[in-house]
Design a protein around this ligand. Structure first.
Ligand code: GCO
Length: 476
């Protein structure tokens, strides 16, 4: 028997650009992603989110399916460009209407809306004007946008996520060139961009409180917990280096309002540390006291091993094809490298499958930060097959989620306060770097180019998760 709290929020998640489509409808402005996908060679087979899974027009059908499943919460993001087509200025009422409809539709079925304010689709106008997050100007525009959402939706939405995976959109945007703005190894800018993002998050959190709201607010971080390769102290040090630079750099700022000391020293020596004013420090600290949870997107863990100065570099090949074994070992020379974990299996995209890693990270957050946890994403990207009678037998996904839920219930049993668990994702959707072939949903979306039907079909995992929710996780 597995135990979950009585009012546990069983959920599922999505992001605007990955599901909505309707990229130029009802006054929506162009986002950095609308631009990026049009640059030849940037995305897998040139896929775009122009249509995505057309949630914009099918949201009623999708939310009815969520209700049928019994979801307690639905995490979705708002496209900034629907609210402010050019990032600021006049509000686009059609955009407000669309999200009001989504929220109302959720509430009608008793589904708690959980809103992500920024899930990577930035108004292109702000990129054209001042390079988006590269300029501190982003902070005011982001806060203005966030305050507008609080003002309009603040009464009906109780759960807010400021930024989704700040570590990922900045790494892929300024280090590996895989996301917009497509810059490679611009470390100085990477840390400055992150600092601006932290300030945007922090000031939005403070604004939420100043406006008198007492709901739940925090950020969602893509957390890859780490293990030392073995008890060789040099590998244990590598793990510490990794955590400081790749995990605590974000988690500590959200939770404490302070950057990790050793990592800051290291970046200062390299001449790439961000410029942080005294006022910034105070804002970050003040906001850290106001967050209500740590949002975690969990997909995999990693191993840390000593990496000599002439060792592997951070920018090896990533597997974006689904051909197992095509990813390379990467790391930071002198600090750490991340070899495969020999005890664990991987997905087709070489992501390590590690349910116990979820228990591990919950324990770590609990003891390091004493914060409640929202698992804002967890799930399996796979090649699903539509069988006869429109059935999809995704037993591998059931297995994956089941094992992770067992691990989560262990964390709860060991004293962690976990408020919600959202699978990634509810329907199939656009995987930013892998097109539509990497599927995550409980609901299959037929994107057959000839029929173009976009029909929805429930996978086996749909029925399974429905039962999990019905029994509040007792039956996994
Ligand atoms: C993918 C990724 C994404 C992310 C999500 C991050 O394959 O593109 O898994 O879907 O998980 O957008 O928040």
């Amino acid at each position: 028997m597995y135990k979950f709290p009585k009012d546990f929020l069983w959920g599922s998640a999505s992001a605007a650009y990955q599901i909505e489509g309707a990229y130029n409808v009802d006054g929506k402005g162009m986002s950095n992603w609308d631009h990026f996908v049009r640059i030849p060679g940037k995305t897998f087979k040139g896929t775009t989110g122009d249509i995505a899974v057309d949630h914009y027009h099918r949201y009623k059908e999708d939310i009815a399916l969520m209700a049928e499943m019994g979801l307690k919460t639905y995490r979705f993001s708002i496209a900034w460009t629907r609210i402010f087509p050019t990032g600021n200025g006049e509000i686009n009422q059609k955009g407000i209407e669309f999200y009001q409809n989504i929220i109302d539709e959720c509430l009608k079925y008793g589904i708690e809306p959980m809103v992500t304010i920024f899930h990577w689709d930035l108004p292109q106008a702000l990129v054209d004007q001042y390079n988006g997050f590269e300029s501190e100007k982003i902070v005011d525009d982001f806060v203005n946008y966030a305050k507008t959402l609080f003002k309009v939706f603040g009464k009906s939405v109780k759960y807010w996520i400021t930024l989704n995976e700040q570590n990922i959109f900045t790494s892929l945007g300024w280090l590996t060139a895989q996301h917009p703005p497509g810059k490679f190894d611009d470390q100085k800018m990477f840390y400055q961009v992150n600092h601006h993002a932290f300030l945007a998050h922090a000031k939005a959190v403070l604004a939420y409180r100043e406006m008198g709201f007492d709901g739940m607010i925090g950020a969602s971080f893509a957390y890859t917990p780490s293990y030392a390769l073995d008890c060789n102290p040099i590998n244990a040090m590598s793990k510490m280096n990794y955590d400081d630079l790749k995990n605590y750099w974000w988690l500590d700022v959200y939770a404490y309002g302070e950057y990790p000391i050793a990592a800051m020293k290291y970046l200062e020596k390299k001449g790439v540390a961000p410029v942080v004013s005294q006022e910034d420090k105070e804002i970050l600290k003040k906001a850290a006291k106001e967050i209500n949870f740590m949002g975690v997107n969990y997909y995999q863990s990693c191993v840390c091993e000593y990496n000599p100065l002439d060792g592997v570099t951070p920018y090896g090949t990533m597997n974006t094809t689904g051909k197992k074994g095509s990813a390379q070992v990467t790391g930071v020379p002198g600090l750490y490298k991340n070899p495969q974990n020999q005890y664990l299996k991987t997905t087709d995209w070489d992501w390590t499958i590690d349910p116990l890693g979820l228990t591990y990270l919950c324990r770590e957050i609990t003891s390091r930060y004493r914060l409640p946890i929202i698992i804002s994403e967890n799930g399996l990207g796979a090649f699903d097959k539509l069988e006869s009678e429109n059935k999809i037998h995704d037993i591998y996904r059931i297995e994956y989620i089941r094992e992770h839920l067992k691990a989560l219930s262990q964390a709860i049993d060991e004293g962690c306060e976990v408020l919600a668990y959202c699978t990634w994702s509810f329907t199939d959707l656009l995987s930013w770097l892998n097109g539509y072939q990497k599927r995550y949903g409980f609901v299959y979306v037929d994107r057959n180019e000839e029929t173009g039907s976009l029909s929805r079909y429930k996978k086996d995992s749909f029925y399974w998760y429905k039962e999990v929710i019905e029994t509040n996780g007792e039956k996994l």
